[in-house]
Design a protein around this ligand. Structure first.
Ligand code: N01
Length: 538
């Protein structure tokens, strides 16, 4: 098939891709979005598992660029569940008439930069080929599920379900013996819901979670109307907030902790009063937990005491206490997670006392014993930040392979937006961007707008290419790394997808920019206003 040439091609039609397509179209460019899925929605299309929900308030986890959209769309809960976000993104796609420029069920498999023509040639799994002067990868930071490497997975006679590609029609778990592997954000959301439905639930936990209880409530129409009327102030506050969410969220909770007194100078009575009054939240709510590993361990111990007040079986309660520092993995909020372990039909298997040996035809065999199951649910995480683009064969200038660069140098970029050696390729929320440490929607809007302005500038000034310089890239990564060095995030016991530790062989580096979106925006804007230093424009 012959290639069609566009001014720009967007990879992905999730939250980032939809807005990028709209923005570029508004600039008068010919643009197409190519999406592997059967519909728009990205992560909010695939992660349809029971209990899937956002942990940021709907009125902040939504596009701010269109007054019409934010006034028309009706959120029904304070924190939106997956079906509502999927419906919202479909509404946006229709409202902005985006579908005519989206090619669904089409996965980009390879792309190569043509230096003579200053463009990218792209191949897809349908055989359709495209050529575009600019490519914007809006392929998501958590879009490639990580299948665990457990021997015998294929031998299981029951049903194997993966949270990140949950069946569209749902799955009836009623009365079944269900095993869940994984207790990250996904597992913690899923487990209470499955426990209510399944006959028997066995949770296989390798790392215990820190998770804070949270009430999600319906948003009455009158309250939503008030919020909509207050949108100018809400969006302005959000814009100035380091995590891009000024109202309460999992992230803002952590930020608020920084202003609290240190646990190290709290008396035992003060510590106990904290968990008397605020439960598990009170255990962690101290100003020194992010900077002092000893303080962090004290908080973890207190956290264990708070769990023991909820979970009745003392062995289960002890097994639920995390052994990694608080803050290393993403903050989690839950609806009734610990209470779930008081149910008669729920059993916790602490894999720290004996790991999984294999999946067998009848269930899961661990070093502690065997468990017969009808269904196994894998909630085992993602190859985050670099996973999606590493699975495309991307060849930049002089034959450079992006997959190889990230393998050799670790997850690198300039400004979390572009990688040296890959001209005219922008990445929405690449490693080194605020992304994973913030409200993703606020972060992506800033990126989409900056990228759109940059491409318009190139067009207006007659530049054919833009490319990050290796020096600027090195300095940027040194800067982002230095930001986490004084914190527990840099502690060797901190293992998470944020630093690639969950993927065997992935070079370890903390991948998010942690100085907050306003400071990040200031830096990006300054670069744009001063002729794009750190980039070569040709
Ligand atoms: O993935 P995770 P997730 N045997 O990597 C375990 C976003 N999100 O999908 O920690 C046994 O956090 C693994 O154990 P360990 C959010 O950004 C947001 O839960 O490696 N266990 C861990 O317990 C989040 O951070 C929302 O020891 C195995 C779990 O699987 C990100 O997505 C909701 C294993 C993976 O946890 C990812 O969360 C959901 C094995 N072989 C997700 N392999 C909200 O907005 C892995 N594990 C609320």
């Amino acid at each position: 098939m012959s290639a069609v040439r566009y001014d720009a091609l967007v990879i992905g039609a999730g939250f980032s891709g939809l807005y990028m397509l709209h923005r570029l179209r508004e600039l008068g460019l010919s643009v197409i979005a190519v999406e592997a899925g059967e519909n728009v929605g990205g992560t909010w299309l695939f992660n349809r598992y029971p209990g899937a929900r956002c942990d940021i308030e709907s009125i902040e986890y939504s596009y701010s660029f269109s007054e019409e959209i934010q006034q028309e769309w009706v959120w029904t809960e304070t924190m939106p569940a997956q079906p509502e976000i999927e419906a919202y993104l479909n509404f946006v796609a229709d409202k902005l008439d985006l579908r005519r420029d989206i090619r669904l069920n089409t996965r980009v498999t390879a792309m190569a930069f043509d230096a003579d023509e200053a463009c990218w040639h792209l191949d897809t799994d349908t055989g359709a080929r495209f050529t575009a002067s600019h490519v914007v990868a809006a392929s998501g930071i958590l879009s490639v599920p990580l299948e665990p490497d457990v021997p015998g997975m294929d031998s299981f006679d029951g049903a194997s379900l993966f949270t990140a590609c949950w069946p569209k029609a749902g799955f009836d778990l009623a009365g079944k013996r269900v095993g869940v592997i994984g207790t990250g954000s996904t597992g913690v959301q899923l487990i209470p819901v499955v426990a209510r439905e399944a006959g028997q639930l066995t949770v296989f936990q390798r790392s215990a979670a820190y998770t804070l209880p949270w009430d999600v409530r319906p948003l009455p129409a009158a309250e939503l109307d008030d919020l909509k009327a207050a949108y100018p102030a809400i969006r302005a506050a959000q814009r100035e907030h380091p995590v891009g969410a000024a109202r309460l969220s999992a992230f803002s909770l952590l930020l608020d902790m920084l202003a609290r007194p240190p646990i190290k100078s709290a008396t035992r009575e003060e510590q106990l009063r904290a968990i008397d009054e605020h439960g598990v939240m009170g255990a962690l709510n101290w100003g020194d937990v992010f900077f002092d590993i000893e303080a962090n361990r004290m908080a973890a111990k207190l956290y264990g005491e708070a769990i023991a007040r909820i979970v009745k079986d003392p062995v289960t309660a002890a097994a639920l206490v995390p052994t990694h520092p608080f803050g290393c993995k993403r903050p989690i909020i839950d609806q009734g997670y610990y209470e779930t372990f008081n149910r008669d039909n729920v059993t916790l298997v602490d894999l720290r006392s004996g790991p999984i040996r294999a999946v067998t035809p009848t269930g899961i065999s661990t070093e502690q014993g065997d468990h017969d199951l009808d269904v196994i649910i894998y909630a085992t995480g993602f190859d985050a930040m670099t996973g999606a683009l590493s699975r495309i064969d991307i060849t930049g200038r002089d034959g450079a392979s992006l997959r190889q660069v990230w393998q050799d140098e670790g997850p690198t970029s300039y400004l979390g937006l572009a990688v040296a050696g890959f001209p005219n390729l922008f990445i929405v929320q690449a490693p080194g961007s605020p992304s994973a440490a913030t409200n993703f929607v606020a972060a992506l809007e800033q990126h989409v707008e900056w990228i759109g302005d940059c491409i318009a500038h190139l067009r207006d000034q007659g530049h054919r290419t833009i490319e990050a310089s290796p020096e600027a890239q090195r300095e940027w990564i040194e800067h982002t790394t230095s930001l986490v060095e004084p914190t527990v995030l840099a502690h060797p016991s901190c293992n998470s997808w944020y630093n690639g530790a969950n993927v065997p062989g992935k070079k370890r580096r903390y991948m998010a920019y942690t100085a907050g979106i306003p400071e990040y925006r200031r830096r990006c804007d300054e670069i744009a206003a001063t002729g794009y230093p750190g980039f070569e424009l040709a």
